[in-house]
Design a protein around this ligand. Sequence first.
Ligand SMILES: [Zn+2]
Length: 203
Amino acid sequence: MPRSICSNCLRPLPVCYCPHLSQLRNEWPVYIIQDLREFAHAIGTARIAALSLSNCHLLVVDPDNISATCMTVLEELRASSPVLIYPGEQSKSLSVLAELPKRPLIFIDASWRRSRKIMHRLPWLAQLSRYSLAPIIPSRYRIRQQPDTQALSTLEAIAYTLAAIERKDNAYHSLISTMDWVIDQQIHCMGDAVYHANYQIKE
Ligand SMILES: [Zn+2]
């Protein structure tokens, strides 16, 4: 028999995080281009952002086969002068972005390899102006092995980016608190032994 799933957060009812969500008003529109593979992952941190922020759009794409409907939405997004929030040497500081008129912020929720594939399929994305956080904040996302501990989850990147460009220091911290709760539940479910053996980031 299938487990009962919450229709809002898509988690099994015993670990539904909806009571832990807060409703936040963001000034800069957020668009998350999510790899289909991330959508299927047990803890999709991007969904926490989509359910919490007043202006957040989650676009699930299969880079191997982007649907016509999805392409239409992406073309509309492309026409709205968005910027890409993406780490790397080509990225400018968020303090530069904060001085510009508000525009959509695009985040890619995918592994490094798959995000490069998405940009290969959508070359205009790769050509957008890029901005990123200074890599000073260690990730709290403890559930998946990251290529390096500086790599933030999509949710953390969204929370820290909005706080930086809207100059609201702790306004988005409740996103991180919800993520912490979800991860604690997941670690509890898998058991401490499995977690420590497989997932904990080596200090
Ligand atoms: Zn729920």
